[in-house]
Design a protein around this ligand. Structure first.
Ligand code: NAP
Ligand code: ZN
Ligand code: ZN
Length: 347
């Protein structure tokens, strides 16, 4: 029984507040991390406000977790006390279904065990990284390359792998024109990763003030989605569109920007559905697809890729006491480009 301090939403409508709870003891296969940093993902906000349904309260959000290993179980082989390690969006899965065996635990047939707002084998709700420490089976813990800073690496564990996984799955690379819709936490990493994979990246944004950032991040082009001429000028221009937008918007407008056989990949999860029109799809044999985070092996691959390509998240580091203000600023699109909580503020 490990007494732990955190910040929690007690109900869907409540601001986050200090919250004490118990983590399980370190089992033979477990690693205990003293959390140093945790990113704020827009999914934390969706779930803390129960916008997708099924949220479990009280909820300590946070699934972009970096910490120092302070204890390991007797059978742990991959981690040592003192190392920096990471935990992403899930902390367990069935380990036996075809998806788990292929290292695609995010598509586990029994459902992955979410890092927070999930229910562990003992029936206890899982709690996330806006907290002082976490106990996780070593199979679900990531190695953090020493070339990466802790704050800059934290968002790679969700935002990073969520964009890397579909870009790799669909083979996005040299000679491809890629549009990234929405320049937020996911979007800015999609630009960096897409560029590193060799694609020519265009940012499609609602925010004129992000034009310069897009170029600095590696985009070769920028267009405003509020301007109708964007949709005429860029007709049939892209091989791939990666849509990271968190709010409802019209997918049909974007489909017309794809070439014949182009693919639009949804990773953003608006809380309301969009009506899909058949014509933009059938006339040019276009596809619309979706993707959720990435498996453990792929997340490790992404972390190593980022170390090689010197990719980190652009972060604004805050104390946990500012988390509610940070949520409001994320909702206003006022962050460059990820808030990361410094958990020393909870000590
Ligand atoms: P974020 O930092 O808030 O970025 C979202 C971006 O969407 C904003 O920066 C903004 O970019 C754009 N946007 C916001 N409202 C818009 C509107 N009404 N119309 C058009 N564009 C709008 O959020 P995030 O953390 O990157 O997450 C983005 C979405 O991905 C969320 O829904 C999140 O839950 C989801 N997500 C999915 C996965 C997955 O596995 N599939 C993983 C993590 C997160 P501009 O200012 O450039 O327009
Ligand atoms: Zn996330
Ligand atoms: Zn499974």
């Amino acid at each position: 029984m490990l007494p732990t301090k955190g910040y929690a939403a007690m109900t869907a409508k409540a601001a986050l507040q200090p919250f004490s709870f118990i983590r399980r003891d370190v089992g033979p296969h477990d690693v205990l991390l003293a959390i140093t940093h945790c990113g704020i993902c827009h999914s934390d906000i969706h779930q803390a406000r129960d916008e997708w349904g099924g949220s479990i309260f009280p909820m300590v959000p946070g699934h972009e977790i970096i910490g120092r290993v302070t204890q390991v179980g007797s059978l742990v082989t991959r981690f040592h006390v003192g190392e920096t390690a990471g935990v992403g969006c899930f902390v367990d899965s069935c380990r036996t279904c075809p998806a788990c065996r292929e290292g695609q635990e995010q598509y586990c047939e029994a459902g992955m065990l979410l890092t927070y707002s999930g229910r562990d084998k003992d029936g206890q709700p899982t709690q996330g990284g806006y907290s002082t420490q976490i106990v996780v089976d070593e199979q679900y813990v990531l190695r953090i390359p020493s070339a990466l800073s802790s704050a800059g690496a934290a968002p790679l564990l969700c935002a990073g792998v969520t964009t890397y996984s579909p870009l790799r799955h669909w083979g996005v690379g040299k000679f491809h024109k890629l549009a990234v819709v929405g320049l937020g936490g996911l979007g800015h990493l999609a630009v960096k990763i897409g560029k590193a994979l060799g694609a020519q990246v265009t940012v499609l944004s609602t925010s004129e003030r992000k034009r310069k950032d897009a170029a600095r991040l590696g985009a070769s082009d920028f267009a405003l989605t509020s301007q109708p001429e964007t949709f005429t000028k860029l007709q049939r221009h892209f091989d791939f569109i990666l849509d990271t937008v968190s709010a409802p918007h019209n997918y049909n407008d974007y489909l017309s920007l794809l070439k014949t056989d182009g693919t639009m990949i949804l990773v953003g999860v608006p809380d309301k559905p969009t009506l899909l029109e058949p014509f933009p799809l059938i006339l040019h044999r276009r596809r619309i697809a979706g993707s959720v985070i990435g498996g453990i092996r792929e997340t490790q691959e992404l972390l190593d890729f980022c170390a090689t390509h010197q990719i980190e998240s652009d972060v604004e580091v805050i104390p946990v006491q500012q988390v509610n203000e940070a949520y409001e600023r994320v909702l206003r699109g006022d962050v460059r480009f990820r808030f990361v909580i410094d958990l020393s503020s909870l000590a």
